[in-house]
Design a protein around this ligand. Structure first.
Ligand code: UD1
Length: 428
């Protein structure tokens, strides 16, 4: 298995291209199941999770073409994908693929709406918590689906099609909002989703559905009203830039006392994060091509609580914690979205961090130095938090289980090395 070797202590300086958002690309790709017409997506990131979803969609019968040889000065890989679900040949999403990536459950809504049936493996738990899918199931039942759990699978049917209804989510869920947006797009009549997620990736999906011919009111708010259509047309859609990748590299500038321009980044997607980083002592400014982040004075302990958008994202909590290990003073970091999202804490402590966990909060007391160590993590964002710590640590850090990073960060070691980091991938 590949490992990443980092020798810390170098300030990062230069430009980093921001890729298309993984968490927008995945639901957008599943939206191709809603129509027999081609859906073209541009600004596609090159990630393991995208490959996994391509495998899943291909076995449902979707034709997938990569088009072009790259449309960015930073990359020679094709960024344009054309997905055509002319005929859906199979409505089962098997365990082997779903267990690799929870977002596979996003095929449930579109398959059910288009074909009147779907069999999707239950994703099961994952490192950051139990992560049930009860909200997806309950809401689809409200649109008239019959759903049973059988042999580890969600077995759903709606032979006469789905019918719009008013769905009040008891809790904000990004995935459930996305599944329901897609299902409602082919349901009869009007669906109202109340307490819907407002994440930019949900907005991106809603905008693409509108381009496919669906009428949606309230995009960007917590109440979405969808008028279903009998069939959808072809469209081309550009995937929104990855705000989590942006935030991660902004924090890399902070922890290394660097100066980075994040090319293609959109600061309007990260207002709460940039507000926090400014309070900690960073300068964050829009440029003609993206966002520039650099440290201007000290670096102070700054409290953070994760919340649904527009609050501070849970997907940047681990990275923020890594950065706070080197701040002056203390920071209280509270995780409210997932119940078990502090797995990076023991690894950061092995690098010399001073962290105490109290329930859902971690008290991080800044230390003058971190020291490199062999480390590993069991999820994507925890892994990248260890990369950040390694960039600031004295000596060598060896990150194991790099496949987690490859699920969600495109060419992380290349992007960082180009800005002066001493980082390399050791292939086995
Ligand atoms: C998405 C993101 C993930 C991010 C998360 C929260 C993708 C592919 N993944 O995950 O990176 O960390 O949003 O911003 O976009 N819940 C239930 N029942 C359900 C569904 C969710 O109780 O049926 C709970 C979850 O366990 C969690 C909370 O709701 O505690 C939020 O989860 P949700 O927003 O659904 O996360 P995902 O869509 O899985």
């Amino acid at each position: 298995m590949d490992r990443i070797r980092i020798v810390g202590g170098r300030p990062l300086k230069g430009r980093i291209p921001i890729s298309g958002a993984k968490n927008a690309a995945l639901p957008l790709m599943t939206a191709a199941l809603l129509t027999d017409q081609p859906l073209t997506l541009t600004n596609l990131p090159h990630l393991r999770d995208i490959q996994t979803l391509c495998q899943l969609l291909a076995q449902h019968g979707v034709d997938i073409q990569f088009d072009g040889t790259g449309n960015s000065a930073f990359s020679t890989q094709a960024r344009r994908i054309v997905l055509t679900a002319k005929d859906i040949t199979n409505t089962t999403a098997p365990y082997d693929l779903v267990r690799k990536m929870r977002a596979s459950v996003l095929v449930l809504g579109p398959l059910l709406a288009r074909c009147g049936e779907a069999r999707v493996s239950l994703p099961g738990g994952c490192a950051i918590g139990t992560r049930p899918v009860d909200l997806h199931i309950g809401a689809l039942e409200q649109l008239g689906a019959h759903i049973a759990i059988d042999g580890g699978y969600i077995v759903a049917s709606a032979p006469g099609g789905l019918t719009g209804d008013r769905v009040v989510f008891p809790k904000v869920s990004v995935g459930a909002t996305e599944n329901l947006l897609m299902a409602a797009s082919l349901a009869k009549g009007e669906t109202v989703l109340v307490n819907a997620a407002r994440e930019p990736e949900v907005v991106d999906l809603a905008n693409c559905l509108v381009a496919l011919g669906v009428e949606i009111a309230g995009i960007g708010t917590d109440t979405l009203t969808i008028q279903g259509r009998q069939s959808l047309r072809a469209t081309e859609h550009e995937i929104v830039p990855d705000r989590i990748e942006t935030g991660t590299y902004a924090m890399a500038a902070g922890i290394t006392d660097g100066d980075l321009e994040l090319v293609g980044a959109r600061s309007d997607l990260l207002e709460s994060v940039f507000k926090t980083l400014r309070r900690a002592g960073l300068e964050v400014a829009d440029t003609a091509q993206g966002v520039r982040v650099r440290r201007i004075n000290g670096f102070h302990g700054t409290d953070v609580m994760t919340e649904p958008f527009p609050g501070f994202p849970t997907d940047l909590q681990a990275q923020m914690m890594a950065v706070m290990t080197r701040a002056s003073g203390a920071a209280m970091i509270t995780e409210t979205i997932f119940e078990n999202r502090f797995m990076h804490v023991p690894e950061l402590m092995r690098m010399g961090a001073d962290i105490t966990i109290h329930g859902a909060s971690a008290l991080v007391r800044g230390v003058p130095t971190l020291t490199g160590a062999p480390v590993m993590a069991t999820d994507l964002r925890a892994s990248v938090s260890l990369v950040l710590a390694g960039l600031a640590a004295e000596g060598e850090t060896l990150l194991n289980r790099v496949y987690h990073l490859d699920r969600g960060y495109e060419r992380v070691e290349e992007k960082l090395a180009a800005c002066g980091a001493e980082i390399e991938r050791l292939r086995d």
